[in-house]
Design a protein around this ligand. Structure first.
Ligand code: NAP
Length: 419
């Protein structure tokens, strides 16, 4: 495949996938990177430096391929999301990106959503754990060690919605009121209408990912988080299909909470993953009040959006929280935070979230030694009080570093730790 609108590196090999959609990773992979909008120009190069240090310290080399989306793509190519960017991400399988700005209410739809859809990255995964030295608003942040699995392609994010005042929305209103019998439900006057699809297919592949992850990483439980009490045929169906996966697709190694209590007095088989469910509003309390009792959470799109941010707040917030989007034989690492335009280009913000998103990428690539080095070096740097402004303002003392200086310190520590 030849590209006009991406910066192809001179060297490097392609990551392939095997028959089980597992990555087969050479020691010199080509990895596409989108710096992103706003602070993307700061955190992108900072993360590259740290991830390259971890690769080099473990005898490998990452060959970065700059690809473009958002502002940088508009400047260079006068389009938001060039087809070459998507094609490169499909061909090279494993990619990483910074934040992309989405205008509220008007303009184009979210490029983040478009990327996830076009690449069929149907799971958003966010490991949320506390790093020593990071200030937190809760008393015992070390109790937080959850991994959220958020469905990425359905729900009210599917983009099926109509604007108030259009012919389309009036057509939909007429159908709902007259054909479906909800004539007394929608107030008179202008209305915006959106549709919330939740499919068996979309639910089951997400829940499967969450259970597989829990089994592979020796986690104790997977909790299905839903609002099925109110939205019975969408969120309730998510819960039911989730339980079907647990009951029908795994043997003794997966057990539902009901079976656990009805048949085993609450005593799970050894190494088994327990699948339970919680209503989303209750879950938002539970992450605060019973933090250490939860492990892996599997959720439809909107619940996942809220809950993953709420979990992130408990371990120190946006400068730290990493994430990744997974599809079959494809992944895109990205931080939880947005483009924070007011700090763009100031070499100021915390690049840890993108660096730790890169750590998830290294884990998925099977470079566990490099991934551990990244986590340990970030933790050691923050514990030593060498931090960016966001953490500095919350601690006594410490040394306030620029984004690039902080990345330099983390990279130095990686080399020291690897010696
Ligand atoms: P935001 O960009 O995440 O920024 C909100 C605040 O979070 C910042 O003002 C800053 O707080 C803090 N923050 C964010 N990133 C930080 C970092 N790396 N280091 C330190 N502090 C950080 O959220 P937003 O202002 O709501 O969104 C701005 C744009 O980003 C919107 O267009 C939105 O759509 C987009 N967005 C994109 C993604 C994505 O690409 N996946 C995700 C979310 C939002 P202080 O000012 O208090 O220091």
């Amino acid at each position: 495949m030849s590209y006009d609108k991406v910066d192809v590196p001179a060297d490097g090999s392609r990551i392939e996938v095997d028959d089980n959609d597992e990555f087969v990773v050479p020691d010199d992979p080509v990895i596409p990177i989108i710096y992103g909008d706003g602070i993307g120009v700061d955190v992108g190069p900072a993360a590259q430096k740290v991830l390259q240090a971890a690769a080099n310290a473990t005898g490998r080399e990452i060959n970065w391929m700059r690809v473009y989306a958002g502002e940088s793509a508009r400047e260079k190519y006068d389009e938001n999301l060039p087809e070459d960017t998507l094609e490169a991400m499909r061909e090279y399988k494993v990619s990483i990106k910074g934040p992309l700005t989405t205008p509220v209410g008007a303009g184009f739809r979210s490029l983040n959503v478009a990327l996830r859809k076009k690449l069929d990255l149907y799971t958003n995964v966010r490991p949320t754990y506390h790093l020593d030295g990071v200030p937190s608003p809760v008393k015992a942040p070390e109790q937080m060690d959850m991994v959220t699995f958020r469905e990425n392609t359905e729900d009210v994010y599917a983009g099926i919605e109509w604007e108030a005042g259009t012919d389309e929305v009036e057509k939909v209103r007429e159908f709902i009121e007259e054909e479906m019998g909800y004539d007394a439900t929608i107030h008179d006057g202008p209305v915006g209408i959106g549709i919330k699809p939740i499919t068996e297919f979309g639910t089951k592949r997400l829940v499967r990912n969450a259970i597989d992850y829990a089994l592979e990483r020796d986690r104790d439980s997977v909790t299905l988080v839903h609002k099925g009490n109110i939205m019975k045929f969408t969120e309730g169906a998510f819960r039911d299909w989730g339980y079907e996966v647990a009951e029908e697709e795994y043997g003794e190694e997966v057990i539902t909470e009901d079976t656990l209590w009805n048949e085993r007095d609450g005593e799970p088989p050894e190494n088994a993953v327990v699948v339970n469910d919680r209503i989303a509003d209750n879950m938002l309390q539970q992450i605060l009040t019973r933090t250490d009792q939860y492990d892996v959470l599997a959720m439809p799109n909107l619940n996942g959006d809220y809950l993953s941010d709420a979990c992130g707040a408990q371990i120190g917030g946006l400068g730290i929280a990493p994430g990744a989007n997974l599809g079959d034989g494809r992944m895109l690492a990205e931080p939880v935070h947005g483009s924070a335009p007011k700090y763009a280009g100031q070499d100021k913000v915390n690049p840890s979230a993108l660096i730790l998103s890169g750590r998830i990428m290294l884990e998925q690539m099977g470079w566990l030694d490099a991934a551990d080095l990244v986590r340990d070096a970030v933790e050691a740097t923050i514990s030593a009080g060498e931090v960016t402004y966001d953490i500095h303002r919350q601690i006594d003392g410490g040394e306030k570093l620029a984004c690039s200086e902080y990345a330099e310190r983390v990279a130095e520590r990686i080399h020291e730790m690897a010696e």
